[in-house]
Write a protein that binds this ligand. Structure first.
Ligand code: MG
Length: 323
């Protein structure tokens, strides 16, 4: 099941490539494109340092290996925030606003985890999309027999920090794309991505409370059209819809893992998260063999990450799945 490793390592590298240039403009990236791992920059971190995107992904993976327990997931997120666990260097250096507010509700106000995530329109940062991948793998187990069961778990796990429908649907579309990239690995990329998007829209269009949200995602419904969209119409912002669109665009317009993550990071702005989301998809599609070895070598705590991937993978019952 190389898929887990290639998705997680793909995500981590995309994050680490983006960290030194987070918040930089498109213009800046065009004048000085990222071509490999850099040191220092925005957060003054050593080369190969990954950020909150990877930390929360690892915390979620570590929790899900023992089954679904929303309190345990939140405890591990809190341990990352306040005790610096799951960090690259032993010190946390970034956090999104929605995540911080949700964790304060959990830790300080003792709110039930599933009510902690913000559910207002302005709570739609990409902070649950960036760390949902372990949940997507988790729902590939046979016990999640129906699409309804799978999507419900994805929504619940997003809701811990991001409960607005726009964030839920972003995670749901991403999940469908991941499942199809795995299922249709012998098909072509455009077809596999389109299959995922189509399934997701089919699901959400049947849910009356998502009607308004479906309209907002309309611009990513047609994968071919998205593939042909000019770069100037793609935003690297931290808004969940923009991030999903930018990650899919980076995947569709390139033909290798390396090209995809560099295209994502060089969009500028929320470079680490767009890099992480695009990197996870490209890692899954192209596989470990295609992820540049020098980048794998450079990521912080790589042995620990591989070990966690193995433990997570062993805990899942993925018999009967294609790979
Ligand atoms: Mg980050």
């Amino acid at each position: 099941m190389d898929i887990i490793k290639s998705g997680i390592i793909g995500l981590t590298i995309g994050d680490a490539l983006g960290v030194p240039v987070e918040f930089s403009s498109r213009q800046k990236r065009e004048n000085d494109p990222v071509v490999g791992m850099r040191a220092y920059g925005t957060h003054n971190q050593p080369k190969g340092t990954w950020s909150d995107d990877s930390s929360m992904t690892f915390a979620l993976m570590d929790s899900l290996k023992d089954g679904v327990d929303y309190f345990d997931i939140m405890d591990r997120f809190a341990a990352w925030v306040w005790e610096d666990l799951y960090t690259a260097t032993g010190k946390r250096f970034d956090i999104g606003r929605n995540v911080y507010e949700a964790l304060k509700r959990y830790k300080n106000q003792h709110q039930n985890p599933i009510t902690c995530g913000g559910n207002k329109e302005h709570d739609n940062g990409n902070g649950s999309l960036m760390r949902i991948l372990p949940a997507v793998f988790y729902t590939m187990q046979e016990k999640y027999g129906t699409i309804q069961e799978k999507i419900t778990l994805i929504h619940q796990i997003s809701s811990l920090t991001h409960a607005h429908r726009r964030s839920l649907m972003g995670c749901g579309i991403y999940a469908q794309v991941v499942w199809k990239l795995i299922e249709e690995k012998d098909s072509d990329l455009l077809k596999a991505v389109q299959a995922g998007i189509t399934e997701a829209f089919r699901y959400y269009e049947k849910e009356p409370e998502f009607i308004g949200t479906v309209k907002l995602y309309e611009k990513i419904r047609d994968a071919e059209e998205l593939k042909n969209r000019p770069k100037k119409e793609i935003s690297g912002s931290g808004y969940v819809i923009d991030t999903l669109e930018a990650a899919l665009w980076s995947l569709l317009t390139t033909s290798s893992y390396r090209e995809c993550v560099l295209a994502a990071v060089n969009l500028g702005e929320d470079t680490d998260t767009v890099g992480a989301v695009a990197g996870s998809l490209a890692g899954i599609w192209y596989g470990m063999e295609q992820i540049p070895k020098e980048w794998i070598e450079e990521i912080a705590r790589k042995e620990w990450i591989f070990d966690l991937c193995e433990k997570f993978e062993k805990s899942l019952n993925l018999e009967g799945n294609q790979k």
